[in-house]
Every structure is written in C-alpha cells, then in structure tokens.
Ligand binder design. Structure first.
Ligand code: GRF
Length: 209
C-alpha cells in the first residue's frame, strides 16, 4: 500500500509516520513527500529516511493572479501525486487550501490532521483562539477531506487539557504529542482496510466522477 504525504513545514507528523513505517506499524510505505515550500524541514526528514522529496513551488503558477492559479497548481500537484499511484494521500501540515478538483480526485483517500477538536476552531491559529476563549479542553482531529474546509468526516480525536499557565507554544506542544500518536494509527487503519468513507462522492449521471 502506497502513501504520499504533503507538507509545508517542520514535518513532525511526517516524522511520526516515517517512524511507524520504520517499525512496520504503518501498514504501507511512504513513497513520496511533496512540499509547497522548498525550505520545509520535513523534506530533510524524508530524504533522511530515503523517501523521495519533491517541491512544487506555487511561484511557478502565478499567471492569472486569481483562483485559476490554484487550479493550475493543483493540476500539477495531481500529476505528480498520481505518478506515485498512491492508495492514500496524507496532508500533514500542508498549508494550502485545495481546489474542488483536487479534493474530488482523492475522495475517500485523502486524510488531514487539524489541531483542534473539530468542529471547534476550523482554520488557522487554533491554539491561540482556544486560549483566548478560555477553553479547558483542546486537541486534534484526523478527518477525511471534503470540499468544506476542515469540515470532512472526523475519524479520530485526541483531547488534552488546557492548563492555566499555558501559552500558545506549550499548548501546541501538548497537542502535537497526541497528533503523533493518532495520525499513524489512523493511517494504519486506512491501509489495513478498516476505515472507509461511506459517502462514495459526487457522481455524474450515476457514474463515479
Ligand atoms: C500540525 O499542528 C497539524 O495539526 C497542522 O499543521 C501542523 C503541522 O505540524 N495541520 P508538523 O509540520 O507536522 O510538525
């Protein structure tokens, strides 16, 4: 079973997935890691583990300066991902909104991890917002990706307490340690065939797109 991981930054979740693979606990192989940022540290982690690391730079696709640029970028991303013939595409801190075409293409085989107890705190700055609102419970969610941003069906959540003296970084750290447990676990469930998105996705005249 083949996995492609998309990242933009540090790649600590990627590392957790690589470590699980190393210990034969992932249920498959990470074939490639793709980043939209050339300086993402996660690319180093991939290379260190002997995994193909590729960059798709959005600057190459700034032609129209509107949503069409996203479609062009995502088309290139799809081309590169499909070259690796993945069973599963894993978003691990990939900080770009994906086009409808992309999300439909990988319907039912696209997972994301989001640093909040969804549906609370969709979007950015989740830890800061949880602190500002005085939340006492926070966490992370793994979910299937659908067209709705951070809105697809939730598979697993991990909750952590918010401590009185937390700041953004202590809270983020506590959540991250849980992310590193639940993401490899969920990926394994999927690769073992124990996890399926029931919704078969949009159809055209009754046929899958
Ligand atoms: C994590 O907090 C994840 O929930 C979010 O982006 C962050 C990625 O961190 N989607 P890392 O690059 O895996 O260290």
């Amino acid at each position: 079973r083949r996995v492609v991981v998309l990242i933009s930054g540090s790649g600590s979740n990627l590392q957790a997935l690589l470590d699980a693979q190393e210990h034969d606990e992932l249920g498959g192989d990470i074939i490639a890691v793709i980043s939209n940022k050339a300086d993402a540290y996660g690319l180093e982690r991939a290379r260190e583990a002997g995994v193909i690391a590729e960059v798709v730079d959005p600057a190459r696709f700034r032609h129209f300066h509107d949503e069409r640029d996203r479609d062009l970028y995502d088309a290139e991303l799809i081309r590169i991902i499909d070259h690796h013939q993945p069973d599963l595409v894993v978003l691990a801190g990939f900080m770009r909104i994906l086009s409808k075409a992309f999300v439909l293409r990988y319907h039912g085989r696209l997972l994301n991890i989001h640093p909040s107890l969804l549906p609370e705190y969709r979007g950015l700055h989740t830890h800061q917002r949880a602190l500002e609102e005085g939340a006492t419970l926070h966490g992370a969610s793994v979910h299937f990706v659908t067209e709705e941003l951070d809105g697809g069906p939730i598979v697993v959540q991990a909750a952590v307490p918010v401590e009185a003296d937390d700041d953004e970084s202590t809270l983020a750290e506590r959540v991250l340690t849980r992310e590193h447990l639940i993401y490899p676990m969920t990926v394994r469930w999927f690769l073992d065939g124990r996890l399926q998105l029931a919704d078969k996705g949009p159809t055209l005249d009754g046929h899958p797109l």
